[in-house]
Design a protein around this ligand. Structure first.
Ligand code: MN
Length: 200
C-alpha cells in the first residue's frame, strides 16, 4: 500500500481521524491482503503492476477474476483516494486541468455540480470518478462496488469513495455533507499531475 502523505487527523474537520485510521489501516489493508491472497498461486502476475492487472482482467485465470476485481480494485482505488487528498488544499488555478474542465463542463462550478450530482445519485456502495478517456477527453463516471475505471479503458484522475465506511462514523446518513466537505481536501496538484501523465 502507498503510505499516507499525512497523519490520520490531518484532514479534520472534513474527514475525521478515526475514519481515516479505520479506512486506511483496516479496510484498505484488507483489500491489499486479499489481493495478495487471490494471486498467491499465480506467480506469473506477482510482478505485474496493479494498473496492468486491472486493465487486463480478462487475461486472469477465471477462478480469481472476481476476487481481483473486488480486491485489486479496492487496493488501487484507495491508493488513489488517499493520494487525491491533502490537508493543504489550494483552489485550482488556471492551467491544463482548468482548460480541460472548461472544455468538458463549461466552468469549474458546473464541474463541481455535475460531479456532486453524480456522487449523490450513486445507489449503494461505489465510487464517483473524474477520468481521462483514450481520446484524451475528461468525464465523470460512477462505478459500483470496487470496480475500477481502468478495467473500462479509462484513466482515473480523481476518486471519491462513497462506501459507508468512508464517512459513516462522522456523518452517519448525511452522505451529501461528506461529499461537500470532501471538496475541501482535494489535492488539485495531484489531479493535474495525473492528467499530464502519459500512462493510460
Ligand atoms: Mn473505502
Amino acid at each position: 500500500m502507498s503510505a499516507l502523505k499525512y497523519e490520520y487527523r490531518a484532514l479534520e474537520p472534513y474527514i475525521d481521524a478515526l475514519t481515516v485510521e479505520t479506512h486506511y489501516s483496516k479496510h484498505h489493508q484488507n483489500y491489499c491482503n486479499n489481493l495478495n491472497k487471490a494471486l498467491e498461486k499465480y506467480t506469473q502476475f506477482q510482478g505485474s503492476s496493479i494498473e496492468d492487472v486491472l486493465t487486463g482482467l480478462s487475461t486472469l485465470p477465471k477462478d480469481v477474476v472476481q476476487a481481483v476485481t473486488n480486491n485489486g480494485g479496492g487496493y488501487y482505488n484507495h491508493n488513489l483516494y488517499w493520494e487525491n487528498l491533502t490537508p493543504n488544499t489550494k483552489p485550482l488555478t488556471e492551467g491544463v486541468l482548468m482548460d480541460e474542465i472548461r472544455k468538458a463542463f463549461v466552468s469549474f462550478a458546473d464541474f463541481q455540480k455535475l460531479f456532486t450530482d453524480s456522487a449523490t445519485k450513486l445507489f449503494g456502495s461505489g465510487w464517483t470518478w473524474l477520468v481521462k478517456t483514450k481520446g484524451g477527453d475528461i468525464k465523470i463516471v460512477n462505478t459500483a462496488n470496487q470496480d475500477c475505471p481502468l478495467s473500462n479503458g479509462l484513466r482515473p484522475l480523481l476518486a471519491l469513495d462513497l462506501w459507508e465506511h468512508a464517512y459513516y462514523l462522522k456523518y452517519q446518513n448525511r452522505r451529501a455533507e461528506y461529499i461537500q466537505n470532501w471538496w475541501q481536501v482535494v489535492d488539485w496538484g495531484v489531479v493535474t499531475a495525473r492528467l499530464n501523465s502519459r500512462l493510460l
